[in-house]
Ligand binder design. Structure first.
Ligand code: PMP
Length: 310
């Protein structure tokens, strides 16, 4: 990492540029940022330590194009170019640790336009940084149901991974922290559980895993989809349905799932201990299966991994 805390290189609109030189005009942080969309992708060091494995890269890139379509900005690059850009960033920075990748698109050349018009061309950046994985470690968090309502399809569709959507999660997070909790759980406009500010959520009750459906006001999370697949392979019943707030209080296990948070056990909800107050058996089994897949230890799901040899 360079002396300003970033990596050496990032990819910007067609080529690698030194991270410290990747500047934008000050106007770009105002109205233009309202129409900015992004992705969060992880590349894990393989179990044998000789390569990076980008997890579900193509699916993340597909979601980036979907987000751009929904906010009506045009990404002027094809998916091959973006896949190559991600690989170039990993190689150029000579990473030998787990890496979080942040591709994002923002309208180019918007200076005074308050309502960014549809169809503007955009710039594309792929930034990256290293992170410490929590997979396979003993952890848990205290969550609280937020007094803020999740944004919804009729106003700001949560399906879009837009920076502006995070205003909602941020308000909820600040409230949770002020009240001594780690993370909020947001209810949707119908009062049903939706998700956390940066991850989806599931409960386990009497051995059945339930998670809010993709029409409950959530991001179409790849970790959620991955978790559903892995849990079913482990023999668990997984149901996608409305989840009530009080089910959180009666659940044997609750966990968040997301690229950033990975599989994060919720050990307290609104001051009530979940199960024994530590990660339960289903959450632990999912964590282990996910860990094994992302590090390429599992023979299954090799198609989810893009290999970048050291
Ligand atoms: N919901 C929100 C609001 C998020 O920000 C994220 C993280 N991208 C997720 C869910 C999880 O999505 P994914 O598993 O695709 O990272």
């Amino acid at each position: 990492r360079n002396d300003r805390g970033g990596p050496k290189w990032l990819w910007r609109s067609g080529s690698l540029v030194p991270w410290a030189d990747a500047r934008i005009h000050v106007n770009a942080v105002g109205h233009a940022s309202v129409a900015s969309v992004f992705e969060g992708i992880k590349a894990y060091v393989s179990h044998d330590g000789n390569r990076l494995l980008a997890f579900r890269l193509d699916e993340h890139l597909r979601r980036l194009y979907e987000s751009a379509r929904l906010v009506r900005i045009d990404i002027p690059y094809g998916v091959e170019t973006l896949r190559d850009a991600v690989i170039e960033v990993l190689r150029a920075n000579e990473y030998r640790e787990d890496v979080y990748l942040r591709p994002w698109a923002f309208p180019a050349g918007i200076v005074q336009e308050q309502m960014v018009p549809a169809g503007v061309s955009c710039e594309l950046v792929v930034d990256s940084w290293t992170f410490q994985s929590g997979l396979g470690t003993e952890r848990g968090c205290r969550a609280a149901v937020s007094s803020w309502t999740r944004i919804n399809e009729a106003s700001m569709p949560p399906r879009v991974k837009a920076f502006s959507n995070y205003h909602n999660g941020r308000l909820a997070m600040i409230e949770a922290r002020e009240n001594g909790h780690d993370w909020p759980i947001l209810l949707n406009e119908r009062g049903k559980v939706s998700e956390g500010p940066g991850a989806c959520i599931a409960i386990v009750r009497d051995g059945v895993v339930s998670t809010p459906s993709t029409t409950s006001g959530i991001l179409e999370s790849l970790t959620r989809e991955t978790s559903i697949t892995l849990l079913r392979e482990l023999g668990h019943t997984v149901v996608e349905r409305d989840v009530d707030r009080t089910e959180l209080y009666l659940a044997d296990e609750v966990f968040f799932m997301g690229t950033g948070w990975e599989i994060l056990p919720v050990t307290w909800v609104d001051g009530l201990k979940v199960g024994e107050g530590e990660a339960g058996p289903v959450t632990r089994a999912l964590d282990a299966a996910y860990h094994s897949v992302v590090r390429g230890r599992s023979a299954e799901h090799a198609d989810w991994l893009t290999e970048i040899p050291f």
